[in-house]
Structures are given as C-alpha cells and as structure tokens.
Design a protein around this ligand. Structure first.
Ligand SMILES: NC(=O)C1=CN([C@@H]2O[C@H](COP(=O)(O)OP(=O)(O)OC[C@H]3O[C@@H](n4cnc5c(N)ncnc54)[C@H](O)[C@@H]3O)[C@@H](O)[C@H]2O)[C@H](O)CC1
Ligand code: K
Length: 239
C-alpha cells in the first residue's frame, strides 16, 4: 500500500511504500519488465558511492550482509575503490557463506584485491575511516535482529565516522519504522526507488536514488508516480 507522502524540494510528492509493496515492485520489474536485479543494484551502488563522495574523505568501511542490501553495499565498495577510496569491508558471515547477488559482488571485490573481514570486532578495529556504509539489512529484516548482525549494528553505532545507511537503517522495520532490537543510527540514509513508510518522521537527511525502475512498473501496480528526479539520478526528500 502507498500511504505516507514525502516531497522533493521541487515540490514533487513521492508516495511511501511498505516492504511488501517494494518487494512487488522489484518482482514486476524483474519478472514482467525484464530488468535484472544486478542492474538495479548497480545503480544503487553507484549512487550510494556518489553520496559517500559528498561526505568526503579518502577511506570508507562498508558493513555488508548477505541480501540485496549487502549486495548493493558491496557494489558501492567497488565504485569507491575504482575512485581511489581506501575501502575495507566487514561481513556478517564468512565469504564462502554468501549467496546470490551478494556472493557475486563479493567475488568481484576479491578479484580487485579488496579484502574483507568477518564479525563485529573488525568494525572497531579497522582504525579510523572517513565514512561507514551500513549495508547490513534493508527491507528484508525478518523479526528481531539476531547476532551477529546485532553486534555489528552496535559496533557501527560506536564508530566515530559518519554513517550512511543503504535503503533503511539496519534494524529498522522498513514498513513500521519500529526498532526490533538494536538499529543503526545513521547520519543520512539513501533509500532506493521509493521511500519506505518506516522512514517517515526520521531526523536524518533522506536521499532517494533512482535505480532505473520505469514508470510502467508503478503503473502496473497502481502506484501514483510522478518522476521525482527531474534530469538527475537522486534527490533529497522531506516527509
Ligand atoms: N527496488 C529496490 O528497492 C531494490 C532493492 N534492493 C536492495 O535489496 C534489499 C532487499 O533485499 P533482500 O535480500 O530482500 O533483504 P535484505 O538484504 O534487506 O535482508 C537480508 C539480509 O538481512 C539478514 N537478516 C534479515 N533479518 C535479520 C534478523 N532478524 N537478524 C539478523 N539478520 C537478519 C539476512 O540474513 C540477510 O543477510 C533492499 O533493502 C535494497 O537494499 C536491490 O538491490 C535492488 C532493487
Ligand atoms: K541498511
């Protein structure tokens, strides 16, 4: 369902969607319209990297999980490394346990010589970095946050560097905004395609990234959609 509304500075209303509706959007994009998940993820990772450049600095830590959120974070890590940012990666599981798109993104990073570590401790032990990217859990959060993700979230919050969350702050329910256990407290969030209902009323700046989903997808799902991006690929939103 689309309920809450966000607005761009140009005055374009943008509907917010639940995790369930966003999942439907993804399914229609892939199954009916023929856009691959990896295409959307590439756009997500690249736009997120551009927002990391805005924060500035020369080093970044990407904390990634095993779903679409982690995959986007790992794609972002590649774009950062390609642009001479010193990137370190921390995963919530051993690299051999990654599956699907996250495994594919990770394999590319390994070939690039970007190393990754596992577990909560490396988040605080990597030393100072200029920005932390939170790509642990997105709209796929299921139930209360479990370990080791919860410890990774706590370590991320303890970090001195500014934190950018991908799609939703990890640990926040994308639909309700509720925190089930610990949740990342980001300095800004880059949400994908449409804002999620659970992001309404949050204090940190919220950016919306265009991941290439065409209007035809929204039309098929009866989601009222006016292009919020103009001729750009991201926009800031207010609720
Ligand atoms: N159109 C789009 O918006 C697109 C979004 N993308 C990104 O994909 C995620 C959704 O991906 P999904 O695989 O469905 O789930 P997540 O990555 O959010 O979560 C799975 C991840 O989280 C772990 N996990 C889940 N629940 C728990 C829990 N209770 N405790 C601990 N850990 C948990 C699970 O183990 C996995 O590691 C969306 O947010 C976007 O970022 C696509 O990239 C492109 C299209
Ligand atoms: K996240």
């Amino acid at each position: 369902m689309t309920t809450e509304r966000f607005r761009t500075s140009a005055g374009v209303d943008v509907p917010a969607v639940t995790a369930e509706t966003m999942r439907r959007v993804d399914r229609v994009a892939v199954d009916d319209v023929g856009i691959e998940l990896l295409q959307m993820m590439e756009n997500a990772g690249r736009t997120l990297a551009a927002r990391v450049f805005d924060v500035g600095g020369s080093s970044a830590l990407v904390v990634a999980g095993n779903g679409g959120n982690g995959g986007g974070g790992l794609a972002c890590a590649r774009h950062l490394a390609n642009h001479d940012v010193d990137v370190s990666v921390v995963l919530d599981r051993a690299p051999e346990e990654l599956t699907g798109a996250a495994a594919r993104q990770h394999r590319i990073l390994r070939e690039m010589g970007v190393s990754s570590q596992v577990g909560p401790e490396p988040v605080s032990e990597t030393g100072p970095v200029d920005v932390v990217v939170d790509a642990l859990i997105g709209y796929g959060l299921a139930g209360r946050v479990r370990e080791p993700a919860e410890a990774l979230i706590r370590e991320t919050n303890r970090h001195d560097a500014p934190v950018i969350s991908l799609d939703v702050p990890s640990g926040i329910d994308a639909t309700t905004g509720e925190t089930l256990g610990d949740a990342v407290r980001p300095d800004r969030t880059v949400t994908l395609a449409l804002p999620k209902t659970g992001l309404e009323g949050r204090a940190e700046p919220l950016f919306l990234a265009d991941i290439g989903i065409p209007r035809a997808v929204y039309d098929r799902l009866d989601i009222e959609y006016e292009n919020p991006f103009g001729r750009g690929f991201w926009v800031e939103l207010r609720s």
